[in-house]
Design a protein around this ligand. Structure first.
Ligand code: ZN
Length: 494
């Protein structure tokens, strides 16, 4: 066991060094560094990969795997995680991995230009190539009940496509009529809007204060700026958050910061015994997203939050002095049928994900061809959100995920929302004082429950198992739908 653990710790360290170089690339690096950075990262990643797939690592895993089945101690979880990763990596021919790396690098450049020109036809050959390679990858990974499982496993291990189908069917049935009902009321509902300019240093100060009140430890983390907000857990003692600022949209940076700090708290509060092993960090992409969404939405877009922060907000931004806490609550929960996923509100967000998940399934089964994507996208957008993208840039070209080869990733966003509602209910049942604490600007009672029930376990459990342990119930979409119905029903007078 010690030999395997030592090997995994070394591979993990190389991976984290690469993460830090990537953080630097997004936050600090001068443009001139791009070419050298790509070379340096490639060497680092290749070295980590070769160290992991070396035959002796495989022999160590094979020797330990049978005894690790069905046990929930740390070492067994570590062996299972390594065995899964080993299987994924060793089954893919080197030539296929290299072809994917090359194709996605080219596709991302082409996607950037195609989006700028709003021209899907330009991007289409690249996307066809990526889907062809991803289909080969799924075949190489083999023996899954559904070929989509091969892609999903990369982001959501231990959850099947059939399981996601079930959760999405539940979400779809509840969410589509609810969104329709709310959208029919948006013209008559009282939803104030913020106007004017919001100084960026004041926005930054607010974000830092709010993140600190959530319990984010700035002695073990920092907040910077990047084109797209993200968080990177280098170690439990070094968690990097980023946000972006827009002078006209103070909520964008505030909720971006709360979202990333939610991810960051997860990474800061993993069990110290797991540190430096691959078990450190978040369980799965969906569970990670449940944490960011909970702090952003259930906490940040609540009345209690604005009762605490309204005073500070108007102190930093005197132009908003006419806004009451209730006004800010309503303004931060504006619903609209929008085209762009990353700007979507909490209520409609799940439908944006649904469009992408269904299209990925159709592309895989051959029911939709890549060439038909703009038409298929428009149909689904019309059916679910009531809007048709006027051009490719605001439709099928808006996300970088497919160009990056990240297929099977989108569903984790929506499953994360479902988990956030279920965990939130369990936290409130266990610690009824949480809303009152949020109104005092004290995130510690909620954080304490999350550390105990979610964060400390690191990557030991899959999403279903983690929810079962934390909530004593099976993961379902129902609490999420009930939460949305109650909140938006009241806001929009349904
Ligand atoms: Zn996130």
């Amino acid at each position: 066991m010690d030999a395997l653990k030592d090997r995994l710790i070394e591979v993990h360290a190389l991976g984290k060094a690469a993460d830090l170089l990537e953080w630097d690339q997004e936050v600090m690096m001068p443009r001139g560094g791009a070419e050298a950075r790509a070379r340096h990262l490639a060497v680092l990643k290749k070295t980590a990969h070769e160290m992991f797939v070396a035959p002796d690592t495989g022999r160590l895993i094979e020797a330990l795997a049978p005894a690790a089945e069905g046990k929930d101690d740390d070492e067994s979880a570590l062996v299972r995680l390594a065995a899964r990763e080993w299987r994924r990596r060793s089954r893919q021919p080197v030539e296929l991995v290299e072809a994917l790396t090359r194709a996605t690098a080219l596709a991302q450049e082409e996607w950037f230009e195609a989006r700028k020109a709003s021209d899907f036809a330009r991007f289409r050959p690249r996307l066809e190539e990526i889907f062809a390679l991803k289909r080969r990858q799924a075949a190489a990974l083999g023996d899954f009940p559904d070929p989509y499982d091969a892609w999903l496993e990369e982001f959501e291990p231990e959850m099947s496509t059939a399981r996601v189908d079930g959760l999405f069917a539940e979400m779809k049935a509840g969410l589509i009529p609810l969104v329709k009902a709310v959208l029919a009321k948006t013209a008559s509902a009282r939803v104030p809007e913020l106007h004017g300019r919001y100084e960026i240093p004041a926005q930054r100060r607010l974000g830092l204060e709010v993140a600190r009140s959530m319990g984010f430890d700035f002695a073990r983390g920092r907040l910077d700026e990047s084109a797209h907000p993200f968080s990177s857990g280098i170690a439990v003692g070094d968690v990097r958050l980023t946000t972006r600022y827009d002078e006209r949209l103070p909520f964008s940076a505030l909720y971006g910061t709360m979202h990333e700090a939610g991810h960051g708290l997860y990474d800061q509060n993993c069990e110290p015994a797991l540190k430096d092993t691959p078990l450190t960090g978040g369980a799965t992409m969906a569970v990670h997203e449940s944490q960011s969404r909970m702090w952003e939405n259930q906490v940040g877009r609540s009345r209690e939050f604005w009762r605490r922060w309204r005073g500070r907000f108007v102190e930093l931004f005197p132009q908003a002095a006419a806004f009451s806490a209730e006004d800010l609550y309503r303004a931060s929960n504006r619903v609209e049928a929008s085209l762009i996923r990353v700007e979507a509100d909490e209520l409609t967000y799940g439908l944006h994900v649904l469009i992408r998940f269904e299209l990925e399934r159709e592309l895989l089964s051959g029911r939709t061809a890549v060439a038909d994507l703009p038409r298929a996208w428009a149909e689904k957008s019309k059916a679910y959100l009531g809007v048709v993208p006027p051009d490719d840039a605001r439709g099928v070209l808006q996300d970088v995920h497919w160009a990056s080869g990240l297929i099977g990733y989108f569903p984790t966003y929506a499953v994360g929302n479902m988990i956030s509602a279920q965990l939130w209910n369990a936290a409130l049942a266990a610690v009824p004082g949480i809303p009152a604490a949020i109104e005092r600007g004290d995130g510690k009672p909620l954080l304490g429950w999350l550390v105990e029930n979610v964060h400390r376990h690191g990557r030991k459990f899959g999403a279903d198992e983690l929810v079962r342990r934390a909530c004593g119930a099976k993961l379902t979409a129902r609490p999420y739908l009930d939460y949305l119905r109650a909140k938006y029903g009241e806001l929009y007078g349904l």
